[in-house]
Design a protein around this ligand. Structure first.
Ligand SMILES: O=C(O)CCC(=O)C(=O)O
Ligand SMILES: [Fe+2]
Length: 325
């Protein structure tokens, strides 16, 4: 009731004000009419113009800057750049975490993916590249993926594998190769332990650890289809941490063949790309938080090493010098 009264009073007083308003004087009516501009008045001062132009330029720059992120991918590492340590954390896959939990000292503080360009020198990468080329000159796949595993001796041959140790053809491996291979592996292991907060002595080299040569040859066997999306933990059960050493350069030595993390979460749909670069080390937790694939190589030959680590001591493999003795 009270508020109703108030309202009535209010409307009354409004009417009163309206009544008391003086009618517009002639003077006002006689003022020259300002033409109504469609988009409002033009800015009167050049400062205002500069400001509005600056706003447009900044908006365009922001759009251009963010556009690639709204597209299909984000570049984690470009082939022309050198990164000491670049990476991102991702949430660990539940099953991966559950499985790895039983290995004390080997559980990652956070899962993720990283790139380091200063762990392996170009010279070391060259030594490993020449080693791969010498080995793969003995035999190669009929399709686009040739694999050479120095630990087991497996080497792609047409649509199958030969064992170069069994056929006595292992004299292409020199003591320098073995030394470089081992020290590179040790440095990567230390970097993985440091990055994920592990006890490095609880991490073991595992199988398969292998060299790969990828080309644009038509696949002759399912082994040649290297471009499928996969999770390393599912493909190679023993893996807990995966590392890759690139031995030659994307764009210079081959086209295509970039490495992509597939992103299809509520948070992001943008794949994350690593462009191979000679001596570049890329590593990541091997669970379903890091599904990935390699783009088809369209030209040239792409060389890399997959060096894998496990927390499960029963799945460890020996260093090459020891296994060769
Ligand atoms: O060569 C690469 O970049 C990745 C290879 C790969 O995904 C693998 O060996 O599991
Ligand atoms: Fe993989």
């Amino acid at each position: 009731m009270e508020s109703e009264l108030k309202l009535r009073k209010q409307s009354k007083s409004t009417k009163e004000i309206q009544k008391n308003e003086k009618p517009p004087t002639n003077q006002v009516n006689e003022q020259p009419k300002i033409p109504q501009l469609k988009y409002g008045p033009m800015p009167k001062f050049s400062g205002q113009r500069i400001f509005s132009r600056a706003v447009i330029i900044v908006a365009v720059l922001i759009y251009v800057w963010y556009y690639p992120k709204n597209g299909k991918e984000v570049i984690l590492a470009q082939s022309g750049d050198v990164y000491t340590n670049r990476g991102v954390n991702v949430n660990c896959d539940k099953a991966y975490l559950e499985e790895i939990k039983s290995y004390s000292g080997c559980v990652p503080k956070k899962c993720g993916r990283f790139v380091m360009d200063r762990l392996v020198t170009e010279y070391e990468a060259d030594i490993l590249l020449w080693l791969a080329k010498r080995g793969m000159s003995l035999a190669e796949s009929s399709g686009g993926a040739t694999i050479m595993d120095l630990h087991s001796g497996a080497l792609s041959y047409k649509t199958t594998f030969i064992n170069f140790y069994k056929s006595g053809k292992d004299n292409f491996i020199t003591p320098t190769d073995l030394l470089v291979y081992r020290t590179v592996r040790e440095r990567i292991q230390a970097a993985i332990a440091e990055t994920f907060g592990l006890d490095g002595t609880k991490l073991y080299l595992t199988y398969p650890t292998f060299f790969s040569k990828l080309t644009n040859k038509e696949p002759a066997h399912v082994h040649d289809e290297y471009w499928h999306v996969h999770v390393d933990k599912f493909t190679y059960e023993s893996f807990h941490y995966t590392s890759l050493v690139y031995l030659n350069n994307y764009r210079q030595d081959f086209q295509g063949g970039r490495f992509l993390y597939l992103e299809n979460t509520a948070k992001s749909k943008h794949n994350m790309t690593v462009e191979p670069r000679k001596g570049r080390v890329s590593f990541f937790t091997s669970g379903a938080e890091n599904p990935h694939f390699v783009e088809k190589v369209t030209e040239g030959e792409r060389f890399a090493i997959t060096i894998s680590f496990t927390c499960d001591e029963s799945k460890k493999i020996k260093d090459l010098e020891k296994s060769l003795k």
